[in-house]
Design a protein around this ligand. Structure first.
Ligand SMILES: [Fe+2]
Length: 206
């Protein structure tokens, strides 16, 4: 049976399903990845290096950019290969030729309020730490967006939360089509004892 979104969210274990983001009834595709032990170990090794990256780049130039900026340790090589993989998925689905790629180590809550992004599509992967919180269609009251009223936006519901390594491909405000398909989400609250977040974000720059 073909996969279909549930309340706007399509959850899959196959990255080929990112293309289903273009369905009219889909706001977000969540690729659930199950990292094997050696990948978890590499992520733990990568985190203390606090790798950072902010660049607008074409896919063909990404390999050299990552090699130059992330360094040659085993953990960074793994991270670079994963970023390359996710960037190629994003380009395939979004059609953008220029990619705006940022990798950050984050210890604060960047966007505490539920919101939608001002772009067509965005890919987010939290490698380490707590993942993005998001609401499905049955939980969100979009009329309250932008008013600093989290409880009213989520109608008192407990938001969903991405797991580390999950990849979220979200529609934003400027995606062509129905405006109520932009994915409602927010940064997670930092919780004591949790590691800093290591987060990748990919947007289209043209
Ligand atoms: Fe956002």
């Amino acid at each position: 049976m073909p996969l279909a979104p549930v309340a706007g969210i399509l959850t899959t274990e196959q990255p080929q399903d990112f293309s289903l983001i273009h369905r009219l009834d889909c706001s977000m595709v969540r690729w659930q990845r199950r990292p094997v032990e050696h990948e978890q170990e590499l992520i733990r090794l990568a985190a203390p290096e606090s790798p950072r990256l902010k660049s607008v780049v074409v896919l063909d130039a990404l390999h050299d950019l990552l090699k130059g900026q992330l360094g040659a340790s085993r953990a960074m090589q793994w991270l670079a290969a994963d970023i390359q993989l996710l960037a190629s998925h994003f380009q395939r689905v979004s059609g953008h030729t220029l990619l705006d790629i940022s990798l950050d180590t984050i210890s604060r809550q960047e966007c505490p309020y539920f919101h939608i992004d001002n772009m067509d599509l965005r890919l987010v992967c939290t490698y380490l730490g707590t993942g993005t919180e998001y609401l499905d269609d049955s939980q969100a009251d979009r009329d309250w967006l932008g008013q600093g009223e989290n409880e009213k936006v989520c109608c008192g519901n407990q938001p969903h939360q991405a797991a580390p390594m999950d990849v979220l491909l979200m529609k934003g405000r400027t995606y062509p089509g129905p405006s109520d398909r932009a994915q409602v989400h927010r940064s997670p609250e930092p919780s004591p004892g949790q590691p800093e977040r290591l987060r990748l974000r990919i947007d289209g720059a043209s």
